[in-house]
Design a protein around this ligand. Structure first.
Ligand code: ARG
Length: 562
């Protein structure tokens, strides 16, 4: 790559470190493996590429370094390159390049996020609680993670289609409807908690009373046949449950709406079609009365239709894929579901690929996640050993902090370590405003804002324009580090969109808040003068924008004051 073809240094599309890497690699042919310089006097980045090349060429490393330095035309980006020690090359990005890059963030409402060159239609399957059951911790994780993916992919210019695949169908509705009739209960008077209690009563009844069990089975048949009375009660149970889910979504401040609900029952009419299709093409076969598909590499076949003629979870998910590809025209489907369901989705994807419901050019990704553990290191549960309803968990966090802070604590704890890991729900630690927590980032944001507010009030009083709209001087290492880090935001977001690893965004924001702290310690802002003051306020503004936008992408509120 010649230097004229390389991206301009102020291009927001690639961060300064990435531009630098690309330009160096174009000359060296191998990854220069840029590392942040260990001391400010070594510049901003250091590479041992010359030493690695020297080894394979059998030449003195400093000589190779000198050759490279002569070839690398980086004058537009860097100060003159330096060779250090055994043959390191030190790179120092020009202060004016850093200033221009950081200043470009101030008026940019996307804070440097660049829309994808290949915008896609992305289905995200997340949340998916079950009717007549309260949402549990697993649904909390799915909802928070899916909400983050939704925000990130939307910010990258993709069309996100959330699909809330709620569990609104199945044999359990036979006993639920039967129990309602048995108790002469008006389902309209139920709330979600009441529906869940009904579920427990129905379950107990079913075990104790043979006649009730038979009636429940008959009721399933009536529901499947569309019997009006049965269907009406079933619908009411769904509505009661949806109202409860929506109340939780509002509490969680997530983007899901009723328009995103596409429950299992949506696919009822498609199930026989799918079975016929798979059977007629020899993909599925009747085995011991059930219709099954043998999937390569797995011992147990997937059951599409059981011996009683009932369709299950697998059939529904196949129908859902067919709909998502055929009708929703998605290019990518992301499933945010607990890790224990990984095998199910591997089977579903394999069958859907074989059947052509999921063409090769459509990506299907299962994003599993670990469990939430209690302080005792065991799966988070009540004293009775049952799963803790989500609302109780939120209440618990609220006893330690204000709701928006408690929520930040939970979401950040959920997103900041690798999704597959289990994490311990330690409300007291999670709400701390120090350390790697959501509230710490909120606090950093509020602190930056406080400075800007003061400066604005002073300017207001003096009748001068709002300060900090430009960045012209960046002489201090702490200022430069902050600017460098700010320039990476767009790239980090793009990376999270690809890898679906929100902890990378969390780590970045934590590092950014740290860099801001260091800057604030070393560089007086309000007490400095002229262009320096103006530039430092500009840096504050850019930092506030990036931090605020980053928190938004995590679904975390960025308070102006705390
Ligand atoms: N309702 C299911 C559960 O609570 C999750 C559904 C996940 N999505 C799907 N397409 N199967 O475990």
């Amino acid at each position: 790559m010649s230097s004229s073809a390389s991206p301009s240094p102020s291009s927001p599309a690639t961060s300064l470190p990435a531009q630098l890497t690309a330009r160096v690699q174009a000359v060296t042919g191998i990854d220069p493996e840029m590392r942040p310089a260990t001391k400010p006097q070594f510049g901003h980045f250091q590479s041992n590429v010359a030493m690695r090349l020297a080894k394979s060429a059998g030449r003195p490393p400093r000589e190779v370094a000198a050759d490279l330095v002569a070839q690398l035309a980086l004058d537009d980006l860097c100060e003159p390159l330096e060779i250090a020690g055994p043959g390191f090359i030190n790179f120092r990005i020009k202060a004016e390049v850093l200033a221009t890059t950081a200043a470009a963030l101030i008026p940019d409402e996307h804070a440097g996020i660049v829309p994808s060159a290949d915008p896609q239609r992305v289905v995200i399957d997340y949340s998916a609680p079950n009717v007549a059951k309260q949402m549990h911790v697993g649904h909390l994780r799915s909802t928070i993670i899916g909400d983050c993916f939704n925000r990130v992919l939307s910010a990258l210019g993709h069309t996100v289609i959330p699909q809330n695949h709620i569990g609104d169908w199945g044999r359990q509705f036979g006993m639920l409807v039967e129990q309602i009739l048995d108790e002469d209960l008006d389902p309209d008077t139920l709330d979600l908690e009441g529906a869940e209690q009904l579920y427990q009563r129905a379950n107990a009844h079913l075990k104790a009373d043979e006649d009730f069990a038979t009636a429940s089975r008959d009721r399933v048949v009536k529901l499947q046949a569309g019997d009006p009375e049965t269907t009406a009660i079933w619908r009411k149970l769904i509505n009661v449950s949806l109202a409860g889910f929506n109340a939780t979504y509002a509490r969680l401040n997530v983007l899901l709406t009723d328009a995103d609900v596409a429950g299992e029952s949506t696919y009822n009419d498609d199930l026989p079609i799918i079975c016929d299709d798979l059977e007629s093409r020899g993909i599925a076969q009747v085995d011991d009365g059930a219709l099954v598909v043998f999937v390569e590499g797995s011992q147990t076949p997937a059951i599409i239709r059981n011996q009683r003629g009932g369709y299950g979870y697998t059939a529904t998910d196949l129908a859902a894929i067919r709909h998502r590809v055929g009708d929703l025209e998605s290019d990518r489907i992301i499933y945010v579901v607990g890790s224990p369901q990984q095998f199910h989705f591997e089977q579903v994807f394999a069958i859907a690929r074989r059947a052509g419901y999921l063409p090769d050019e459509v990506a299907a990704q299962f994003v599993g996640f670990g469990q939430v553990l209690g302080a005792d290191g065991k799966k988070f549960s009540t004293r009775e050993g049952t799963a803790v309803p989500l609302n109780e968990l939120l209440d618990e966090a609220n006893t330690h902090a204000a709701p928006n802070i408690a929520l930040a604590a939970i979401k950040y704890a959920d997103l900041s370590s690798g999704l597959q890991k289990d994490y311990t729900f330690d409300a007291e630690r999670m709400v701390q405003t120090t350390g790697d927590t959501g509230p710490y980032l909120q606090y950093a944001h509020a602190r930056i804002n406080q400075i800007l507010r003061k400066a604005e009030a002073e300017a207001d009083e003096a009748g001068t324009p709002a300060p900090g709209q430009a960045i012209t001087v960046l002489d201090e290492p702490a200022e430069q580090q902050l600017a460098l880090l700010l320039s990476r935001f767009g790239e980090v977001v793009a990376e999270v969109g690809d890898s679906l690893a929100p902890h990378k965004l969390c780590n970045y924001l934590y590092e950014l808040a740290g860099a801001y702290s260091t800057f604030y310690e070393h560089c007086p802002v309000l007490r400095s003068e002229g262009e320096v003051r103006e530039s430092r306020l500009g840096l504050c503004r850019a930092a506030k924008k990036v931090l605020g936008q980053g928190l938004y992408l995590l679904g975390i509120d960025a308070p102006e004051r705390m």
